[in-house]
Design a protein around this ligand. Structure first.
Ligand SMILES: *Cc1c(COP(=O)(O)O)cnc(C)c1O
Length: 354
């Protein structure tokens, strides 16, 4: 096998995470967010695994991702396109039976102009306080009348602070959403992402939209134990024992003393492993924590393997994300979030499906 970084994708863990989240959902339906190549885990294989686990509603960000999802999922599933429709996407939306999420008055006008068939699903996304994407909540009375002859399949909104249980914004958004939903009796409602599933207050919604939790990231709701969706490994190319005091890597940012064991890994920012983890991230080698020392370069990362002794050998793989190196912890060391870590891995990292 060639010595390059690999991500072993555990589809059964991802499916099991979905099953567990659904099991604690109190009868609410559970969709799956598979945008950005299923957060770097591979859109098509993840979509198929989740469908086999029982998921029937999927969210992607872009129409082209929807096309890929449709090919993997077949026609007996719903696929919503979060970023909404544009003129250039019309043919693909129709041909692949994708459901656009309408985020603005302009997008609503577009599907009206297309004479969107009444039996073809779409969603309305209202902004309830995040001020990012979504229809202005003040327009609810007007819009509910305007779509009366062509009602949406889902009314949705998105929480800004779902990961901060105590945030007052959660209550404000929850109340605003309940008000919006009251204008659309009998229509499915969807408010929460992964973190929203942990909020203690019951949420009135009929469909949740977890993404990150499916891949094992973040705090799970009570009664759920999330499993890692990915194990990221990199091979050791060379091991050295430093013979005299010096430094390692570009810029000589990390001093090393004689006798220190160093291993050069075949992974760097060219693989999407963030340079911001320089001198702060770590790799696990058979239970030994080996700190990243010096700057991460494009193709290479150096770790201190002194404690691992002769377990460090060329050709051996170390773990950078996985059960021994939790995603959120590694991301924290890189000054980022796990979402960015897994979606940022480039095609140079080989995906293997376990
Ligand atoms: C990405 C996204 C989600 C999923 O969020 P996670 O934090 O990954 O669970 C849900 N809803 C919307 C609108 C999103 O953009």
């Amino acid at each position: 096998m060639s010595l390059r970084a690999r991500a072993i994708i555990h589809l059964h863990n991802i499916a099991e995470n979905w099953r567990q989240l659904h099991a604690v959902s109190n009868g609410t339906q559970t969709a799956a967010v598979i945008k950005a190549d299923a957060y770097g885990h591979g859109l098509a294989p993840v979509a198929k695994a989740l469908k086999a686990a029982g998921c029937s509603t999927f969210f992607v960000a872009h129409t082209f991702e929807g096309v890929e999802a449709r090919a993997a999922l077949g026609n007996d599933t719903q696929i919503f396109v979060l970023n909404g429709p544009s003129e250039a996407d019309k043919v693909d939306l129709e041909r692949h039976k994708l459901a656009p999420v309408i985020n603005s008055v302009e997008q609503l006008a577009l599907i009206e102009h297309w004479a969107w068939p009444t039996d073809r699903p779409y969603a309305l996304h209202f902004d309830t306080g995040m001020n990012r994407l979504g229809l202005n909540a003040a327009l609810v009375p007007e819009i509910s009348l305007r779509v009366a002859a062509r009602p949406p399949a889902i009314i949705m909104s998105h929480l800004a602070c779902a990961d901060q249980t105590a945030s007052v914004l959660n209550d404000a958004q929850r109340a605003a959403f309940a008000h919006i939903a009251s204008h659309f009796p009998g229509i499915q409602t969807s408010l929460t992402n992964s973190a929203g599933l942990c909020l203690s207050q019951p949420l009135s919604q009929s469909l949740s939209r977890p993404g990150y939790a499916l891949y094992g990231g973040g705090q799970p709701p009570r009664g759920v134990e999330l499993r890692p969706g990915m194990i990221l490994e990199a091979p050791i190319l060379q091991v050295r024992t430093v013979d005299k005091d010096g430094t390692t890597g570009y810029g000589a940012t990390h001093p090393v003393t004689a006798g220190t064991g160093l291993a050069a890994l075949a992974i760097g920012y060219g693989d999407g492993f963030p340079r911001s983890a320089s001198n702060s991230g770590f790799a696990m080698l058979k239970g030994f924590r080996c700190p990243i020392v010096g700057r991460i370069s494009m193709d290479l990362t150096v770790i201190d393997v002194t404690k691992a002794g002769n377990l460090a050998r060329p050709g051996h793989y170390v773990q950078l994300i996985g059960p021994d190196a939790p995603l959120d912890l590694q991301a924290h060391h890189a000054g980022t979030i796990g979402y960015e870590l897994t979606t940022g891995l480039t095609s140079r990292v080989e995906r293997h499906y376990a």
